[in-house]
Design a protein around this ligand. Structure first.
Ligand code: AQP
Length: 327
């Protein structure tokens, strides 16, 4: 059995990018693997958060995890800050990393672009992400394409520590999907869909009302050619919508092109609205059932205990290898 780890930041409503890039992979992996799905709240505070909102979003994400099909009896679902070893190993891996590689991270460059000063956590959080993964001897990390560079860094750090101190960490692999690996913003298909984008119409959140979903898709930026054809470079808008269509329908991009030959964007977008609304409806219904239940908090406490038991074993090994603490 392989070990799987992934996490989502509780920084706002989970959107189609998070879902189709990462979350959609979670339930299928729990059939044959030992999975840990984490709500990474310590990552969220790399940028300012309202404490009350953050607490609310932690439970929102936890409920969405279960609503998309994660079974807490099979998988370990927990909140990062409930297992203190994340912060501890995070610090150790900050010390194992160097500033050059952290400054090179494109997410850091994007989030700090044009700002005179940003929080240090924004620079060092990839080392914390590496800790999240390495803490559990993870084999597979299901994530969106935007995390590729961070997974590479995690691998580099694991290999570096193993070379210096002897076998300490398992070197993990990223798992990226074809259709949803990178969902772009609906108003600007050159930028990735993101929770923190100012324009609400740039994204579809999993809990959005059908009317909002319709508005966002019908307004989505396309091009003037009018033919439903996949060409990410020259037709990024329609290609992005085709990716979403493909992920929800299971159809290949070639089949979608054939189906819409001779049709304009209007017909395609109307069908995409229907597919998206129908695809998200059961998730939303399940979410409403569990979000305010006592069961949810119990699940998270239990998950943290199970995660902590694994983490403590790794930390014992790490402390010993690094020479930390008393003999
Ligand atoms: N646009 C995307 N397409 C495909 N996958 C995506 N992911 C995020 N955006 C896309 C994947 O979702 C998982 C959880 O991401 P996260 O919330 O932990 O962090 P993020 O990548 O920073 O997400 P956002 O929405 O862009 O948040 P903000 O705006 O707060 O920074 C990851 O597996 C990620 O790859």
């Amino acid at each position: 059995m392989k070990r799987v780890f992934s996490g989502v930041q509780p920084t706002g409503n989970i959107h189609l990018g998070n879902y189709l890039g990462a979350l959609v992979q979670f339930p299928e992996l729990q059939q044959d693997n030992e999975c840990l799905y984490c709500i990474v709240d310590e990552h969220a505070i790399t940028v300012p958060q309202d404490p009350k909102e953050l607490k609310k979003h932690i439970l929102d994400v936890a409920a969405l995890y279960i609503a998309v099909g994660i079974d807490p009896k099979k998988s370990i679902v927990f909140v990062q800050s409930e297992v203190s070893a994340h912060a501890e190993l995070g610090w150790i891996l900050i010390c194992a990393s160097n500033t050059g590689e952290l400054f090179r991270m494109t997410q850091f460059k994007a989030k700090s672009h044009g700002k005179e000063s940003v929080g240090t956590g924004l620079l060092t959080y990839p080392a914390l992400m590496a800790a999240d993964i390495l803490l559990y001897d993870t084999d597979i990390v299901p994530v969106g394409n935007d995390q590729k560079q961070h997974i590479e860094l995690t691998r580099d750090l694991a290999i570096r520590v193993n070379n210096k101190y002897g076998k300490t960490f398992v070197v993990p692999d990223g798992r990226f999907l074809k259709a949803g690996a990178r969902i772009m913003a609906l108003d600007d298909p050159t930028a990735k869909m993101s929770k923190s984008a100012v324009n609400e119409m740039s994204r579809i959140s999993l809990l959005d009302e059908p009317s909002k979903i319709k508005k966002a898709i019908m307004r989505a930026t396309t091009d003037s050619e009018g033919s439903v054809r996949f060409d990410m470079e020259n037709k990024p808008g329609i290609s992005n919508l085709m990716n979403i269509y493909s992920a929800f329908s299971g159809k290949s991009l070639e089949d979608i092109e054939k189906d819409y030959e001779g049709h304009g964007y209007g017909d395609f977008k109307k069908d995409l609205v229907e597919l998206t609304v129908d695809g998200l409806a059961p998730i939303k219904a399940h979410y409403e059932e569990i979000r305010y239940s006592d069961e949810l908090v119990r699940t998270l406490h239990e998950g943290a205990e199970r995660a902590d038991a694994i983490a403590q074993k790794t930390m014992k090994r790490v402390r010993e290898k690094f020479g930390l603490g008393l003999e």
